[in-house]
Design a protein around this ligand. Structure first.
Ligand code: AMP
Length: 217
C-alpha cells in the first residue's frame, strides 16, 4: 500500500521516533527535515551554514529552502512506495506547497497525524533527549536510556549527543514558534478532513499502536 503521511505535533512529542519506525516497518521513505538540516550543518554545506544560525536560535528555516528540499527528497526512489514526513510542513505556505507538489505528480497526501502531549512533558523529554551520532537512534536518559547510560546500544564506541537546540532557552523558543506558526496546520488539515489525532503520551509502543490504528495500516 502506498501511503503518504505527514506527522504533526510540537517538538519533543515523538515524531522522529514514531516516524522512523512507521517508515521502516512499512518500507516507506522517511523524510525528516530536521535530520537533513542537522546533517548539512555537520558537513558544513552551504545549506548547513545558512540553516545553523536559525536552528540554534530555535527559529524556522525559510519556506523556499524547505520546500525545495522536500521536493527533491519526495521524488527520490526511496519515497516511491510512500513516505512519512517528519517536521514538514511547519507553516501554511509549506502545506500549500506540498499539496501543489503532490498534485503535479498526480499524488495525494493520505493523512496528517498529529501527536500531542502537555508542554511540561515536552520540556522534560527534550532536556533528557540524546541521540547516537552514527545511526541517529533516539534515547531518553529517563525513559529509554542506553544500556551503559552513555553509549549507543548498537554502536558501543559512539557517545550519545544532545542536540544543540535542546538546551532550555531554545526549547521554550521552539515551543512558542510551534504554537504560532505550526499549530494552525491542525485546523488546516482538519478542515480538509485529513487530520487524525493521536495522544503522544504513554510508552513508545502504545503510541505506535495508536498511530497505526489511526492510519489503518
Ligand atoms: P526538528 O528536528 O524537526 O525539531 O527540526 C529542528 C530544526 O530544524 C527546527 O527548529 C528548525 O530550525 C529546522 N526545521 C526543520 N524542519 C523545518 C521546516 N519544515 N521548516 C522550517 N524549519 C525547519
Amino acid at each position: 500500500m502506498t501511503v503518504r503521511v505527514v506527522l504533526l505535533g510540537p517538538p519533543g512529542v515523538g515524531k522522529g521516533t514514531q516516524g522512523r519506525r512507521l517508515a521502516s516497518e512499512h518500507g516507506w521513505g522517511l523524510i525528516s527535515t530536521g535530520e537533513v538540516l542537522r546533517e548539512a550543518v555537520a558537513r558544513r554545506t552551504p545549506l548547513g551554514i545558512e540553516a545553523q544560525r536559525l536552528m540554534d536560535a530555535g527559529q524556522l528555516v525559510g519556506d523556499d529552502v524547505m520546500i525545495g528540499l522536500v521536493r527533491e527528497r519526495s521524488s527520490q526512489s526511496e519515497a516511491a512506495a510512500g513516505f512519512v514526513l517528519d517536521g514538514f510542513p511547519r507553516t501554511v505556505p509549506q502545506a500549500d506547497a506540498l499539496d501543489v507538489m503532490l498534485g503535479e505528480r498526480g499524488q495525494t497526501l493520505d493523512a496528517a497525524v498529529s501527536l500531542a502531549a502537555p508542554k511540561d512533558e515536552l520540556v522534560r523529554r527534550m532536556s533528557a533527549r540524546r541521540e547516537c551520532p552514527v545511526c541517529k537512534r533516539a534515547y531518553n536518559l529517563f525513559s529509554a536510556a542506553p544500556r551503559d547510560g552513555r553509549h549507543c546500544d548498537d554502536h558501543p564506541a559512539a557517545e550519545l549527543c544532545q542536540r544543540a537546540d535542546d538546551v532550555p532557552e531554545t526549547v521554550m523558543r521552539r515551543l512558542e514558534i510551534y504554537e504560532r506558526q505550526t499549530a494552525p496546520l491542525l485546523e488546516y488539515y482538519r478542515s480538509r478532513g485529513r487530520l487524525h489525532e493521536v495522544a503522544g503520551l504513554g510508552t513508545m509502543d502504545a503510541v505506535y499502536g495508536a498511530l497505526i490504528r489511526a492510519l489503518g495500516v
